[in-house]
Design a protein around this ligand. Structure first.
Ligand code: DX5
Ligand code: ZN
Length: 227
């Protein structure tokens, strides 16, 4: 099962419902990047604006919180589940009490994601594998769209996929975010990623909907294929 979530970070913020509608027929989710200018050197939407975007979106929202104090914001954003938030991903580097925070988020019924930046060891998330529904391995330094895919993160993706196989956690999704294109999506899918965020590849394309279909087709044919 391959999932594609276009990121609207590089879409036209003035016309978000239309930008989302453009890709909706071919996409599983819309990936919404929340940045606070503290955890990352960039700022996007505050809570109220996020809620508006979620409410107006015709697709369920995959929320990626790049904010400090995830102990507070993870549960807070999880309250938007009835407005259309499907998953909420917090960064391991931004949360103090990981277990308690994930437990609070669970109460709202969102799919919970745990993300790591390129500099964070994969092994740090191992203790929480049974308490999340998605792992996000960043393939760029979080903060901005349009950066180059870090192929050197594929070792983490391969190891994470092996964990999921070994521990029988086939319901746990393995997401990559950053620099996903028609070329890099094959690399990430062959390493074992099954859930893909693509921002500029989709929204800088002349035909975003066709681009999503193309990405999905490539990911399906490359998934866990070696060589
Ligand atoms: C980067 C964000 C990404 C971003 C991806 O910090 O988390 O979701 O939108 O954009 P591209 O696909 O252009 O790298
Ligand atoms: Zn993101």
């Amino acid at each position: 099962m391959i999932r594609i979530a276009p990121s609207i970070l590089n879409a036209n913020f003035e016309k978000l419902p239309e930008e989302i509608a453009k890709v909706a027929p071919g996409s599983d989710f819309i990936h919404l990047d929340i940045m606070d200018n503290i955890f990352v050197p960039n700022k996007t939407f505050d809570f109220d604006r996020s809620r508006e975007i979620v409410t107006e979106s015709v697709l369920p929202i995959d929320l990626h919180l790049m904010v400090d104090n995830a102990d507070y914001w993870g549960p807070q954003y999880s309250t938007l589940v009835d407005d259309g938030v499907f998953s909420v991903t917090i960064h391991l580097e931004a949360v103090k009490n990981v277990r308690a925070t994930l437990l609070k988020m669970k109460e709202f019924g969102v799919r919970r994601g745990l993300a790591i930046k390129p500099g964070t060891d994969l092994e740090e998330i191992y203790p929480f594998l049974n308490e999340v529904e998605m792992i996000l391995i960043m393939t760029v330094e979080p903060g901005f769209g349009g950066q180059k895919f870090m192929g050197e993160m594929m070792g983490k993706v391969e190891r994470a996929r092996q964990w999921l196989i070994d521990e029988n956690l086939s319901d746990l999704w393995l997401q990559v975010d950053g620099g996903i294109s028609a070329e890099s999506i094959c690399v990430a899918a062959s390493a074992g990623a099954d859930t893909f965020v693509a921002g500029s590849a989709v929204y800088r394309s002349d035909d975003p909907l066709t681009k999503v279909a193309e990405l999905r087709e490539i990911a399906m044919s490359c998934y866990l294929q070696k060589g």
